[in-house]
Design a protein around this ligand. Structure first.
Ligand SMILES: C[S@@+](CC[C@H](N)C(=O)[O-])C[C@H]1O[C@@H](n2cnc3c(N)ncnc32)[C@H](O)[C@@H]1O
Length: 349
């Protein structure tokens, strides 16, 4: 039996206060189900007053396992524990290189209402690990409430094709400008396109701003190797008008918190709703249409505003299975006095 230790990213505690261990254990448990080696006893250990996540494995981690572990949101350093001759020694193991775009991309823009990058990365991992898909497949990801794009940028780090819908024109403008500058500065080969994707006239036109990019000329020549990142400046209620059916593998987003920056989805009554439950009721039919079978939705919301039970009801009514068994019940955590954040994970059946 081999024991592996993971030192957590020091930023992790800042994001989740003292609940970082709980969330990291949950993410690692989901990852372990996808690993080739069989792992048991996933836990926290204290060695010389330093805390690590630990797991026992029946044999050495494979390259594919290292690829999965290296992507986890909390991983800072990985070691194998050697306890021979009555001593404890930590043998460092190099992380796998997986970044298509450097992960600094999602920490460069700073603004009020931004979703934390590590938390976002965790949601993307939970979505992929809970779906029927693998990291190395062609993955199309949608953030239906994209803000200024944290999810899209984290998703592009993994080399996924990343699409966002955002109702605020200013957010879309800032995010697309930022991404354009980023790929220019980092010298990606790219092209940009803005086109109408919905509406009958200029007055009700909805536009998509799409970037196609690749690391070099050769990759750019190949349609299948080119990556995409796009923003639709529109209403997420209309997702099925903007994208083809069964187009997305994953849907990941941070729902409006119903507090500082409420959702602006217009209710059937014509009034503005700030409640994530009402937004889901309106949007889930469309999101279901654009998601592939076996695809997964992960959404963060403020559980002070609406219960998980209520959200689960909307998912069940719309052809989704909500994953609620452990470790899916371990993600709730306080963000501040008015926000208790949780995630709901649902698979299209
Ligand atoms: C919590 S913020 C997301 C922040 C984002 N993850 C980021 O880091 O920039 C939720 C976003 O949903 C957007 N939104 C609310 N209702 C919407 C709707 N009906 N259609 C599209 N976007 C909507 C808001 O404008 C806001 O930008």
């Amino acid at each position: 039996m081999l024991t592996y230790l993971i030192l957590q990213n020091p930023g992790h505690n800042r994001v989740y206060y003292n609940l970082a261990d709980k969330l990291a254990l949950a993410e690692l448990q989901l990852a372990s189900l996808r690993m080739e080696v069989s792992s048991t006893n996933i836990r926290i250990v204290d060695i010389a007053a330093v805390r690590y996540l630990a797991m026992d494995c029946d044999r050495e981690l494979s390259e594919a396992d290292l690829q999965i572990i290296s992507r986890l949101s909390f991983v800072f350093a990985l070691f194998q524990l050697d306890e021979s001759a009555g001593k404890q020694r930590l043998m460092p193991i190099a992380a796998s290189a997986y970044q298509y775009v450097d992960d600094k991309i999602s920490s460069l823009l700073k603004y009020q209402g931004k979703t934390n990058e590590l938390f976002t990365k965790m949601m993307v991992n939970v979505a992929l690990l809970s779906s029927n898909f693998k990291y190395d497949e062609t993955i199309n990801l949608l953030d239906p409430v994209a803000g200024k794009g944290t999810t899209l940028f984290e998703s592009s780090v993994y080399g996924f094709n990343s699409y966002g819908i955002e109702i605020e024109p200013k957010s879309v403008q800032e995010a697309t400008l930022f991404f354009k500058k980023y790929i220019e500065t980092e010298r990606y080969k790219h092209k940009a396109d803005k086109r109408m994707i919905s509406g009958k006239s200029k007055a009700d036109a909805i536009y998509i701003q799409e970037f196609e990019y690749a690391r070099d000329k050769e990759e750019f020549k190949s349609e299948s190797l080119r990556k995409k990142l796009a923003f639709v400046n529109g209403n997420t209620n209309d997702a099925a008008n903007y994208f083809k059916s069964n187009f997305f593998n994953l849907i990941v987003g941070d729902l409006p918190y119903g507090i500082a920056h409420g959702n602006t989805g217009v209710k059937k009554t014509g009034s503005i709703t700030r409640n994530p439950s009402e937004l889901l009721e309106l949007c889930l039919p469309g999101w279901n249409t654009v998601l592939k079978k076996g695809g997964c939705i992960v959404l963060a919301w403020n559980s002070f505003v609406v219960s998980k039970h209520r959200l689960t009801g909307h998912f069940n009514d719309n052809g989704f299975e909500v994953l609620s068994e452990a470790p899916y019940d371990q993600f709730e955590h306080m963000v501040d006095k008015s926000i208790k954040r949780d995630i709901v994970v649902a698979r299209k059946i």
